[in-house]
Ligand binder design. Structure first.
Ligand SMILES: NC(=O)c1ccc[n+]([C@@H]2O[C@H](COP(=O)([O-])OP(=O)(O)OC[C@H]3O[C@@H](n4cnc5c(N)ncnc54)[C@H](O)[C@@H]3O)[C@@H](O)[C@H]2O)c1
Length: 376
């Protein structure tokens, strides 16, 4: 049994405590001993999906067994539709049948869907059970598992029912990522590239120097970038726990057009990170035309996204639908969109005064069959 405590990539401090984010290769094999360190002696309830569980969930379950922790597993179908009230209710019943108690733990082993669903269930069952996030997708590792946002979807929209509920720990093991396809890996890196552009020029240099190594998941540099990306997200959510202080919103760079693109194409055509990539290009275009950003940084972003095979334009999107969806986004306040724009690498501006004509031009430049992706 592994007993040494793994490396902490970052610590999140929140209004009622703090939690560590561990990140290292092969941590999935020592989750059991980490649970014991956290005082979670069992039983624990592993929630995973049917794609991740055979690949990685069993490893987690075995490590619990090695640590003599009773571990039960609930497997949901992989994919966004699992973030539902119906499945939450099924998990509540399953927990009730197993006589789950407030001191028992819930383990979310999977991507952001499982993290959000298991998080929502653990926040609400018995008014809260200890939650440990074990993210297995890149998006979950560097973003979704950190910060305590948990939610399920309604037919009316995504993430409409949820809460802020902080985990007791996050265990991020890059070895899980080796089973992702190339496209999935690239779209996962998109969030980390975004974070580098808005907040960490040094990280951006590493991305530029090691793009191919990162796509090949070269162990050392991948771990370094993952830890640094985790630290960025942890820092932001520590500063702005409930998204009220104007810090957390910076992470939305690229998301205004990105979300609208994903939603207006039915969440099937473009993966989240691909939407963010197109959205970053549109936001950089707006930043340039508002006189904030240099042509050089616009092209720097374009080149890096290209090296990760991320889309710069979305020919399969409908510009009108994207514009319409943007105007209905829940982050649109009193009819005006809060745009996160780029002034330089590591420097952002939040603006409500982007002229509607410029927004329309940006969307038409990056979305639709005639999209050119060009600056002018
Ligand atoms: N709570 C937050 O702060 C936050 C932030 C960003 C996104 N999210 C949410 O996260 C979700 C998106 O997360 P996601 O992109 O991880 O989606 P996901 O959980 O659907 O995972 C994508 C696919 O990859 C599979 N997968 C995950 N890990 C794998 C692995 N290691 N090997 C092989 N396959 C693997 C999953 O089974 C799924 O089929 C959305 O629902 C979004 O709303 C939440």
């Amino acid at each position: 049994m592994t007993t040494a405590l793994p490396e902490i990539a970052a610590t999140v401090t929140h209004s009622y405590g703090s939690y560590p984010i561990y990140s290292d290769w092969d941590l999935l094999d020592s989750v059991g001993s980490q649970l014991l360190e956290l005082g979670l002696t069992g039983p624990v309830y592993i929630i995973s999906d049917d794609r991740v569980f055979p690949l990685h969930g069993r490893r987690v379950q075995r490590s619990c067994q090695v640590s003599r922790i009773e571990a039960h597993c609930f497997i949901v179908p992989a994919g966004e539709p699992s973030k539902s009230l119906e499945l939450s209710e099924a998990i509540y019943s399953w927990l009730a049948e197993r006589k789950a108690e407030r001191g028992h733990g819930v383990l979310a082993v999977g991507g952001g869907v499982v993290g959000d669903l298991a998080g929502f269930v653990s926040a609400t069952f018995l008014r809260g059970m200890p939650l440990v996030q074990v993210p297995t997708s890149m998006a979950a590792m560097v973003d979704a598992s950190i910060g305590g946002k948990v939610a399920v979807n309604l037919p009316h929209g995504k993430n409409l029912v949820g809460s802020f509920y902080q985990p007791r720990a996050v265990v991020a093991d890059p070895s899980a990522l080796v089973t992702l396809g190339k496209r999935e890996l690239a779209e996962g890196w998109a969030e980390a590239i975004k974070a580098a552009f808005i907040l960490d020029p040094g990280l951006l240099d590493i991305f530029e120097e090691h793009a191919e190594d990162l796509m090949a998941l070269e162990p050392e540099v991948s771990l370094q970038v993952i830890r640094r990306s985790i630290a960025i997200k942890a820092g932001i959510v520590t500063e702005d726990e409930r998204e009220t202080l104007g810090r957390r919103i910076l992470l939305n760079y690229g998301h205004t057009v990105g979300h609208a693109l994903e939603a207006s194409t039915g969440y099937g055509r473009y993966m989240h990170g691909e939407g963010v990539s197109v959205g970053m290009m549109a936001a950089a275009f707006i930043s340039y035309h508002m006189g904030l950003l240099s042509e050089e940084v616009f092209h720097r972003q374009q080149r890096l996204l290209q090296r990760f095979d991320l889309p710069l334009t979305a020919p399969d999107g409908e510009p009108e639908l994207v514009l319409q969806t943007m105007s209905m986004d829940k982050k649109t306040v009193a009819g005006s969109i809060r745009w996160v724009l780029l002034e330089n690498v590591g420097k952002t501006a939040v603006r409500r005064d982007v002229p509607p004509e410029l927004v329309e031009t940006a969307v038409r430049t990056f979305v639709g069959r005639d999209a050119t992706g060009r600056l002018s």
